[in-house]
Design a binder for this molecule. Structure first.
Ligand SMILES: Cc1cc2nc3c(=O)[nH]c(=O)nc-3n(C[C@H](O)[C@H](O)[C@H](O)COP(=O)(O)O)c2cc1C
Length: 180
């Protein structure tokens, strides 16, 4: 799939058909997340959750994420806080940026594989730590639920305005006109 098509098809998916994700495709998703930018080496940790019982429990501790069929897979993106600080320069913000980059790669690779993802962050850190046995020095950043989507998400804002950032030209006060 061309990259721009994958971007066009990239949405947050909340309804899945329950089919499992092959090991080969799981590994492709992990590769994509791992290829994303990283301001500090050794910070990124990914937890692959494919145990159906654990997924069922996880969905229950992700409040606000209402689904009818459990996702086939959850990937938890974590940052090793012991590795983010280099030469006393705090890397906390950097690791947050890197998390977003990994999730973007993951979402695009998912579309190439006909999978859909939804990023979930509305959980208690303590609950996620306990569920996946995450040590103190590692921070869970985001959980990504993954499966074969059955629904096509509606564009929430007419004519794709949802996907149009405010763009400025040389100065914040001068708008940039996108021509194509
Ligand atoms: C960083 C981040 C955190 C999110 N957290 C949640 C969440 O906790 N619960 C949820 O239902 N959706 C969550 N979402 C999904 C957003 O609500 C979603 O981006 C919005 O529905 C727009 O989806 P779209 O990209 O398909 O237009 C999150 C998305 C992002 C990028």
């Amino acid at each position: 799939m061309e990259l721009d098509l994958a971007m066009r098809k990239r949405r947050m998916f909340r309804e899945f058909d329950g089919r499992p994700v092959s090991r080969e495709d799981v590994d492709k998703l992990l590769w994509a997340a791992g290829r994303a930018q990283q301001g500090r080496p050794g910070v990124r940790h990914l937890i692959v959750v494919d145990d159906p019982a654990l997924i069922k429990t996880a969905v229950q501790v992700l409040p606000g994420f209402v689904i009818t069929v459990d996702p086939a897979l959850i990937i938890v993106h974590c940052s090793d806080l012991g590795a983010v600080e280099v030469d006393n320069v705090a890397g906390d913000g950097i690791s947050r940026i890197d998390t977003g980059a990994a999730l973007a790669h993951l979402g695009l690779m998912a579309r190439q594989l006909d999978l859909g993802t939804c990023t979930i962050t509305s959980w208690s850190e303590a609950a996620v730590r306990e569920l996946f046995d995450i040590p103190e020095h590692v921070r869970p950043d985001a959980t990504v639920v993954i499966g074969y989507p059955i629904e096509k998400p509606r564009v929430p804002n007419a004519r794709g305005a949802h996907f149009r950032p405010a763009i400025h030209h040389n100065s914040f006060h001068t708008p940039y006109e996108v021509q194509s």
